[in-house]
Design a protein around this ligand. Structure first.
Ligand code: HEM
Length: 281
Protein backbone atom coordinates (compact mmCIF):
# COMPACT_ATOMS: atom_id res chain seq x y z
CA UNK A 1 0.00 0.00 0.00
CA UNK A 2 2.25 2.89 -1.18
CA UNK A 3 0.86 6.43 -1.01
CA UNK A 4 0.91 9.29 -3.53
CA UNK A 5 -0.49 12.85 -3.48
CA UNK A 6 -4.30 12.85 -3.71
CA UNK A 7 -5.79 14.71 -6.69
CA UNK A 8 -9.07 16.65 -6.30
CA UNK A 9 -11.12 14.04 -8.20
CA UNK A 10 -11.76 10.40 -7.25
CA UNK A 11 -9.27 7.92 -8.69
CA UNK A 12 -8.53 4.20 -8.51
CA UNK A 13 -5.68 3.02 -6.30
CA UNK A 14 -4.11 -0.46 -6.26
CA UNK A 15 -4.94 -1.46 -2.67
CA UNK A 16 -4.62 -5.25 -2.33
CA UNK A 17 -2.03 -7.57 -3.90
CA UNK A 18 -3.22 -10.63 -5.84
CA UNK A 19 -1.92 -13.05 -3.17
CA UNK A 20 -3.75 -11.11 -0.41
CA UNK A 21 -6.98 -11.22 -2.43
CA UNK A 22 -6.83 -14.92 -3.35
CA UNK A 23 -5.84 -16.04 0.16
CA UNK A 24 -8.50 -13.75 1.71
CA UNK A 25 -11.37 -15.40 -0.20
CA UNK A 26 -10.05 -18.96 0.27
CA UNK A 27 -9.73 -18.14 3.98
CA UNK A 28 -13.30 -16.76 4.13
CA UNK A 29 -14.68 -19.94 2.46
CA UNK A 30 -12.67 -22.23 4.75
CA UNK A 31 -13.72 -20.31 7.88
CA UNK A 32 -17.42 -20.45 6.99
CA UNK A 33 -17.24 -24.26 6.67
CA UNK A 34 -14.97 -24.63 9.74
CA UNK A 35 -17.47 -22.71 11.88
CA UNK A 36 -20.52 -24.63 10.62
CA UNK A 37 -18.83 -28.03 11.01
CA UNK A 38 -17.18 -26.98 14.29
CA UNK A 39 -20.56 -26.11 15.83
CA UNK A 40 -21.90 -29.50 14.66
CA UNK A 41 -18.91 -31.28 16.30
CA UNK A 42 -19.37 -29.22 19.48
CA UNK A 43 -23.00 -30.44 19.66
CA UNK A 44 -21.69 -33.99 20.30
CA UNK A 45 -20.68 -32.78 23.79
CA UNK A 46 -21.77 -29.15 24.33
CA UNK A 47 -19.59 -28.44 27.38
CA UNK A 48 -16.05 -27.16 27.98
CA UNK A 49 -13.47 -27.98 30.68
CA UNK A 50 -10.00 -26.88 31.77
CA UNK A 51 -7.19 -29.38 32.14
CA UNK A 52 -6.42 -32.70 30.53
CA UNK A 53 -9.83 -34.40 30.72
CA UNK A 54 -13.51 -33.53 30.58
CA UNK A 55 -16.58 -35.74 30.62
CA UNK A 56 -20.14 -35.89 31.97
CA UNK A 57 -18.96 -36.54 35.55
CA UNK A 58 -16.36 -33.74 35.68
CA UNK A 59 -18.62 -31.05 37.16
CA UNK A 60 -15.76 -29.19 38.88
CA UNK A 61 -13.77 -28.70 35.68
CA UNK A 62 -16.81 -27.80 33.48
CA UNK A 63 -16.75 -24.02 32.99
CA UNK A 64 -19.21 -23.79 30.10
CA UNK A 65 -22.29 -25.77 29.22
CA UNK A 66 -25.10 -25.45 26.70
CA UNK A 67 -28.10 -27.60 27.53
CA UNK A 68 -31.79 -27.92 28.27
CA UNK A 69 -33.67 -28.50 31.51
CA UNK A 70 -37.22 -28.51 32.84
CA UNK A 71 -38.68 -25.47 34.63
CA UNK A 72 -40.74 -26.06 37.84
CA UNK A 73 -43.93 -25.84 35.72
CA UNK A 74 -42.67 -28.75 33.62
CA UNK A 75 -41.89 -26.70 30.48
CA UNK A 76 -38.47 -27.27 28.89
CA UNK A 77 -36.01 -24.40 28.40
CA UNK A 78 -32.57 -24.02 26.82
CA UNK A 79 -29.67 -22.46 28.69
CA UNK A 80 -26.05 -21.34 28.40
CA UNK A 81 -24.04 -21.60 31.63
CA UNK A 82 -20.63 -19.93 31.98
CA UNK A 83 -19.21 -20.46 35.49
CA UNK A 84 -21.96 -19.46 37.91
CA UNK A 85 -23.85 -17.37 35.32
CA UNK A 86 -26.80 -19.06 33.61
CA UNK A 87 -28.72 -17.40 30.77
CA UNK A 88 -31.96 -18.78 29.31
CA UNK A 89 -31.43 -19.21 25.58
CA UNK A 90 -34.55 -21.12 24.45
CA UNK A 91 -34.95 -20.97 20.67
CA UNK A 92 -31.23 -20.38 20.03
CA UNK A 93 -29.00 -22.49 22.29
CA UNK A 94 -29.83 -25.72 24.13
CA UNK A 95 -33.43 -25.98 22.92
CA UNK A 96 -34.49 -24.89 19.44
CA UNK A 97 -36.89 -25.87 16.67
CA UNK A 98 -35.74 -29.03 14.91
CA UNK A 99 -36.17 -29.81 11.20
CA UNK A 100 -39.60 -31.33 12.02
CA UNK A 101 -40.73 -28.02 13.58
CA UNK A 102 -40.76 -29.54 17.10
CA UNK A 103 -38.54 -28.29 19.99
CA UNK A 104 -35.28 -30.22 19.95
CA UNK A 105 -32.67 -30.46 22.75
CA UNK A 106 -29.48 -29.56 20.87
CA UNK A 107 -26.48 -27.25 21.62
CA UNK A 108 -26.34 -25.06 18.52
CA UNK A 109 -29.45 -24.99 16.26
CA UNK A 110 -29.42 -26.82 12.91
CA UNK A 111 -29.44 -23.57 10.89
CA UNK A 112 -26.01 -22.67 12.36
CA UNK A 113 -24.35 -26.04 11.77
CA UNK A 114 -23.05 -27.94 8.75
CA UNK A 115 -24.57 -30.41 8.04
CA UNK A 116 -27.87 -29.03 9.39
CA UNK A 117 -28.59 -32.24 11.34
CA UNK A 118 -26.46 -33.95 14.03
CA UNK A 119 -23.88 -35.91 12.01
CA UNK A 120 -20.52 -36.07 13.77
CA UNK A 121 -18.76 -38.21 11.13
CA UNK A 122 -19.63 -35.95 8.16
CA UNK A 123 -18.93 -32.78 10.17
CA UNK A 124 -15.49 -34.10 11.22
CA UNK A 125 -14.55 -35.07 7.65
CA UNK A 126 -15.36 -31.59 6.31
CA UNK A 127 -13.82 -29.90 9.36
CA UNK A 128 -10.48 -31.64 8.82
CA UNK A 129 -10.57 -30.97 5.07
CA UNK A 130 -11.14 -27.22 5.52
CA UNK A 131 -8.64 -27.10 8.39
CA UNK A 132 -5.93 -28.17 5.92
CA UNK A 133 -7.22 -25.66 3.37
CA UNK A 134 -6.92 -22.96 6.07
CA UNK A 135 -3.42 -24.08 7.07
CA UNK A 136 -1.98 -24.31 3.54
CA UNK A 137 -3.65 -21.04 2.52
CA UNK A 138 -2.42 -19.45 5.76
CA UNK A 139 1.16 -20.54 5.03
CA UNK A 140 0.93 -18.83 1.62
CA UNK A 141 -0.52 -15.65 3.22
CA UNK A 142 2.02 -15.45 6.08
CA UNK A 143 4.99 -16.29 3.81
CA UNK A 144 3.92 -13.63 1.30
CA UNK A 145 3.14 -11.11 4.06
CA UNK A 146 6.53 -11.62 5.71
CA UNK A 147 8.51 -11.65 2.47
CA UNK A 148 6.95 -8.44 1.12
CA UNK A 149 6.64 -6.65 4.47
CA UNK A 150 2.80 -6.46 4.09
CA UNK A 151 2.19 -7.83 7.61
CA UNK A 152 4.68 -5.47 9.27
CA UNK A 153 3.90 -2.41 7.13
CA UNK A 154 0.11 -2.62 6.81
CA UNK A 155 -1.19 -4.72 9.72
CA UNK A 156 1.21 -4.27 12.64
CA UNK A 157 0.25 -1.12 14.63
CA UNK A 158 3.01 1.51 14.97
CA UNK A 159 3.84 2.70 18.49
CA UNK A 160 2.52 6.22 17.83
CA UNK A 161 -0.76 4.77 16.50
CA UNK A 162 -1.25 3.05 19.87
CA UNK A 163 -1.42 6.37 21.71
CA UNK A 164 -4.74 6.49 23.67
CA UNK A 165 -5.62 9.83 21.98
CA UNK A 166 -5.33 8.20 18.54
CA UNK A 167 -7.40 5.18 19.56
CA UNK A 168 -10.11 7.40 21.14
CA UNK A 169 -10.12 9.59 18.01
CA UNK A 170 -10.67 6.49 15.85
CA UNK A 171 -13.46 5.20 18.11
CA UNK A 172 -15.22 8.59 17.93
CA UNK A 173 -14.86 8.69 14.11
CA UNK A 174 -16.36 5.19 13.91
CA UNK A 175 -19.23 6.11 16.24
CA UNK A 176 -19.99 9.08 13.95
CA UNK A 177 -19.67 6.79 10.92
CA UNK A 178 -16.97 9.08 9.53
CA UNK A 179 -14.57 7.03 7.41
CA UNK A 180 -11.24 8.45 6.20
CA UNK A 181 -10.97 9.99 2.72
CA UNK A 182 -8.02 10.93 0.51
CA UNK A 183 -4.55 9.78 1.57
CA UNK A 184 -5.86 8.51 4.92
CA UNK A 185 -8.24 6.05 3.22
CA UNK A 186 -5.30 4.23 1.61
CA UNK A 187 -4.09 2.58 4.79
CA UNK A 188 -5.65 0.69 7.68
CA UNK A 189 -6.42 2.85 10.71
CA UNK A 190 -5.70 1.70 14.25
CA UNK A 191 -8.99 -0.10 15.08
CA UNK A 192 -8.77 -1.96 11.77
CA UNK A 193 -5.13 -2.89 12.49
CA UNK A 194 -6.02 -4.10 15.98
CA UNK A 195 -8.94 -6.19 14.70
CA UNK A 196 -7.01 -7.66 11.73
CA UNK A 197 -3.86 -8.08 13.85
CA UNK A 198 -5.71 -9.93 16.65
CA UNK A 199 -7.28 -12.23 14.03
CA UNK A 200 -4.19 -12.82 11.87
CA UNK A 201 -1.52 -12.94 14.61
CA UNK A 202 -3.47 -14.42 17.56
CA UNK A 203 -6.92 -15.99 16.94
CA UNK A 204 -6.22 -17.93 13.72
CA UNK A 205 -2.80 -19.28 14.90
CA UNK A 206 -4.39 -20.20 18.30
CA UNK A 207 -7.22 -22.01 16.51
CA UNK A 208 -4.79 -23.84 14.19
CA UNK A 209 -2.34 -24.94 16.88
CA UNK A 210 -5.01 -26.07 19.38
CA UNK A 211 -6.73 -27.93 16.50
CA UNK A 212 -3.47 -29.60 15.46
CA UNK A 213 -2.79 -30.48 19.10
CA UNK A 214 -6.16 -32.24 19.41
CA UNK A 215 -5.68 -34.17 16.14
CA UNK A 216 -4.69 -37.76 17.09
CA UNK A 217 -1.92 -38.08 14.44
CA UNK A 218 -0.22 -34.80 15.36
CA UNK A 219 -0.73 -35.52 19.07
CA UNK A 220 1.16 -38.81 18.69
CA UNK A 221 4.04 -37.05 16.87
CA UNK A 222 4.16 -33.84 18.95
CA UNK A 223 2.62 -34.56 22.39
CA UNK A 224 4.20 -31.33 23.73
CA UNK A 225 1.73 -29.28 21.67
CA UNK A 226 -1.24 -30.29 23.86
CA UNK A 227 0.87 -29.84 27.01
CA UNK A 228 1.67 -26.31 25.87
CA UNK A 229 -2.04 -25.46 26.09
CA UNK A 230 -2.50 -27.22 29.46
CA UNK A 231 -4.05 -30.46 28.23
CA UNK A 232 -6.64 -31.70 25.75
CA UNK A 233 -9.67 -30.08 27.41
CA UNK A 234 -7.88 -26.74 27.81
CA UNK A 235 -6.87 -26.88 24.12
CA UNK A 236 -10.55 -27.56 23.20
CA UNK A 237 -11.65 -24.59 25.33
CA UNK A 238 -9.06 -22.26 23.73
CA UNK A 239 -10.09 -23.58 20.28
CA UNK A 240 -13.73 -22.65 21.06
CA UNK A 241 -12.79 -19.19 22.46
CA UNK A 242 -10.65 -18.41 19.37
CA UNK A 243 -13.49 -19.57 17.08
CA UNK A 244 -15.94 -17.32 18.95
CA UNK A 245 -13.56 -14.38 18.66
CA UNK A 246 -13.45 -15.03 14.91
CA UNK A 247 -17.28 -15.19 14.72
CA UNK A 248 -17.53 -11.79 16.45
CA UNK A 249 -14.74 -10.44 14.20
CA UNK A 250 -16.68 -11.56 11.09
CA UNK A 251 -19.89 -9.82 12.23
CA UNK A 252 -18.03 -6.55 12.93
CA UNK A 253 -15.91 -6.93 9.76
CA UNK A 254 -19.01 -7.33 7.56
CA UNK A 255 -20.78 -4.44 9.29
CA UNK A 256 -17.74 -2.19 8.69
CA UNK A 257 -17.50 -3.25 5.03
CA UNK A 258 -21.19 -2.35 4.60
CA UNK A 259 -20.84 1.00 6.42
CA UNK A 260 -17.61 1.98 4.62
CA UNK A 261 -19.20 1.37 1.18
CA UNK A 262 -19.59 -2.30 0.22
CA UNK A 263 -19.13 -1.82 -3.56
CA UNK A 264 -15.76 -0.05 -3.29
CA UNK A 265 -14.58 -2.26 -0.41
CA UNK A 266 -15.50 -5.63 -1.94
CA UNK A 267 -14.30 -4.58 -5.41
CA UNK A 268 -10.92 -3.73 -3.85
CA UNK A 269 -10.71 -7.25 -2.38
CA UNK A 270 -11.66 -8.80 -5.76
CA UNK A 271 -9.88 -6.66 -8.38
CA UNK A 272 -7.39 -4.86 -6.10
CA UNK A 273 -8.71 -1.45 -7.21
CA UNK A 274 -10.00 0.95 -4.52
CA UNK A 275 -11.64 4.31 -5.28
CA UNK A 276 -9.95 7.11 -3.34
CA UNK A 277 -12.29 10.07 -2.81
CA UNK A 278 -10.86 13.57 -2.37
CA UNK A 279 -10.83 14.80 1.21
CA UNK A 280 -13.41 17.52 0.43
CA UNK A 281 -15.82 16.04 -2.13
C1 HEM B 1 -17.94 -12.75 2.88
C2 HEM B 1 -17.18 -12.40 3.90
C3 HEM B 1 -16.12 -11.32 3.85
C4 HEM B 1 -16.11 -10.13 3.17
C5 HEM B 1 -17.19 -9.54 2.28
C6 HEM B 1 -14.83 -9.50 3.47
C7 HEM B 1 -14.41 -8.30 2.95
C8 HEM B 1 -13.17 -7.73 3.14
C9 HEM B 1 -12.71 -6.51 2.54
C10 HEM B 1 -13.53 -5.65 1.59
C11 HEM B 1 -11.46 -6.27 2.99
C12 HEM B 1 -10.57 -5.06 2.64
C13 HEM B 1 -10.82 -3.99 3.67
C14 HEM B 1 -10.07 -2.72 3.35
O1 HEM B 1 -9.38 -2.65 2.34
O2 HEM B 1 -10.23 -1.76 4.10
C15 HEM B 1 -11.08 -7.35 3.87
C16 HEM B 1 -9.86 -7.50 4.50
C17 HEM B 1 -9.57 -8.48 5.42
N1 HEM B 1 -10.43 -9.48 5.82
FE1 HEM B 1 -12.26 -9.88 5.10
N2 HEM B 1 -14.12 -10.29 4.32
C18 HEM B 1 -14.87 -11.42 4.58
C19 HEM B 1 -14.53 -12.47 5.39
C20 HEM B 1 -13.39 -12.52 6.17
C21 HEM B 1 -13.07 -13.57 7.11
C22 HEM B 1 -13.94 -14.81 7.38
C23 HEM B 1 -11.87 -13.24 7.68
C24 HEM B 1 -11.06 -13.97 8.72
C25 HEM B 1 -11.57 -14.57 9.73
C26 HEM B 1 -11.44 -11.99 7.09
C27 HEM B 1 -10.29 -11.33 7.42
C28 HEM B 1 -9.79 -10.23 6.79
C29 HEM B 1 -8.46 -9.69 7.00
C30 HEM B 1 -7.42 -10.22 7.99
C31 HEM B 1 -8.32 -8.61 6.13
C32 HEM B 1 -7.06 -7.77 5.92
C33 HEM B 1 -6.24 -8.54 4.86
C34 HEM B 1 -4.87 -7.95 4.60
O3 HEM B 1 -4.76 -6.76 4.28
O4 HEM B 1 -3.90 -8.73 4.66
N3 HEM B 1 -12.38 -11.57 6.19
N4 HEM B 1 -12.16 -8.22 3.95
Amino acid sequence: MATTATPATPYLFHRHALVTRITHWINALAIVFLIGTGLNIFNAHPALYWGQFGADDDDARRWLEIGSADAPDGSAYGFLRIGSLTVHTTGVLGLSKGSNGQPSAIGYPGWATFPGVRDLATARNWHFFFAWVLILNGIAYYAYGLATGHLRRDLLPRLKELRPSNIVHDIVSHARLKFPKGEESKRYHILQKLAYGATVFVAIPAMIFTGLGMSPGINAAWPWLLELFGGRSSARSIHWIAANFIMVFILVHLLMVILAGPYNEIRSMITGKFRVDPEKA
